[in-house]
Ligand binder design. Structure first.
Ligand SMILES: C[S@@+](CC[C@H](N)C(=O)[O-])C[C@H]1O[C@@H](n2cnc3c(N)ncnc32)[C@H](O)[C@@H]1O
Length: 311
């Protein structure tokens, strides 16, 4: 395992942090505007994230090999109709670009919702990629689903990987199985998480699941579907939309497990905030496996260079 220094921008509760550390990474800087998130990050990683990225200059950030950023999926309309690096000023992607420009890390790994790929008919992503290329980076992007990387959650995320020097990179191959729900669910769940008999019966009258153990997804219109995995957790979603067998809501620990956070992760905020934080997080196995491939690609490149030098 190689060691490398990374920074964690828009760190949340540390999905990137966990994925990078699993590959030998050492975090030298993190930031997030949300005070509760910073508290959780500190309790778990012993590091005090800084605040609003728009107030942080490149010179405040230590040198690092890898920049990680799961930037907020804010509206990209400002980028939409315009072109070029200066035109994306005002979006938080600009702050990432500004820091890459100042610090020139070897690698960057960025994450966002999959809709970024099609936003403004693909123009937004094109401008992001062109901006990264204009700073000398080769870029790769792909939509990855947590279900394909071992988690029982259908969560599709757009991942962009950038190399300061050319590297022969491939995204990690899909896996054939994911953790069964049984491994995610807690055994003793507080009664407060259960719906009343009346509501459970009503749900069971409207929906018959094909699976003995399933996460039921109830949409705003009351339509229920159920699968042996969860649909994507969402930070702002109603507490009631994901239900174990139609009977109870998921606990904060179960939500964190669905994102691949280990049980040693300390929950220091209340249930409401932890639900939001888990809903915002990046699935740890996706990031861990992407970072592993980034490091492999850079090693392969070094190998090829020394072969060339020797021949
Ligand atoms: C999609 S979440 C990232 C979650 C993170 N990757 C994780 O695994 O938990 C985006 C984060 O950006 C933070 N954020 C939003 N605006 C920010 C700003 N101006 N400066 C720093 N952080 C910001 C939010 O508080 C939120 O935690």
């Amino acid at each position: 395992m190689s060691s490398f220094k990374f920074i964690d921008l828009f760190c949340g509760i540390g999905g990137f942090h966990l994925g990078a550390v699993q590959n030998g990474g050492e975090c030298v800087f993190a930031c997030d505007i949300d005070q509760d998130v910073r508290r959780a990050y500190h309790a778990n990683f012993g590091l005090d994230p800084k605040g609003d990225i728009t107030h942080i200059s490149g010179s405040d950030i230590p040198d690092h090999d890898m920049l990680c950023a799961g930037f907020p999926c804010q509206p990209f309309s400002i980028i939409g109709n315009r072109r070029g690096f200066s035109d994306i000023r005002g979006t938080l992607f600009f702050d990432i670009a500004r820091i890459i420009q100042a610090k020139k890390p070897k690698f960057a790994v960025l994450e966002n919702v999959k809709q970024l790929a099609t936003h403004d008919q693909g123009r937004t992503l094109k401008i992001i990629l062109e901006t990264l290329k204009s700073m000398g980076y080769s870029t790769y992007w792909k939509i990855l689903n947590a279900l394909d990387y071992g988690l029982p959650q259908k969560r599709e995320r757009l991942i962009i990987v950038c190399f300061r020097e050319y590297a022969d990179f491939s995204f990690p191959p899909k896996e054939t199985s994911y953790k069964p729900l049984l491994d995610i669910l807690e055994k003793d769940v507080d009664e407060g998480h259960y719906a009343s008999d009346r509501i459970v019966n009503k749900r069971k009258e409207t929906h018959k699941s094909n699976y003995p153990l399933a996460i039921w997804h109830e949409n705003k219109g009351g339509h229920i579907s159920s699968y042996p995995f969860s649909c994507a957790l969402r930070a702002a979603a109603s507490y009631n939309y994901l239900l174990v067998n139609g009977e109870r809501r998921l606990t904060p620990r179960e939500l964190l497990r669905l994102q691949g956070f280990p049980d040693v992760f300390k929950i220091v905020c209340n249930d409401n905030r932890t639900r939001k934080q888990a809903g915002n997080a990046v699935p740890v196995p996706i990031i861990s496996k992407v970072i592993r491939e980034v490091l492999n690609a850079s090693r392969t490149k070094r190998g090829k260079e020394s072969n060339r030098a020797a021949s």
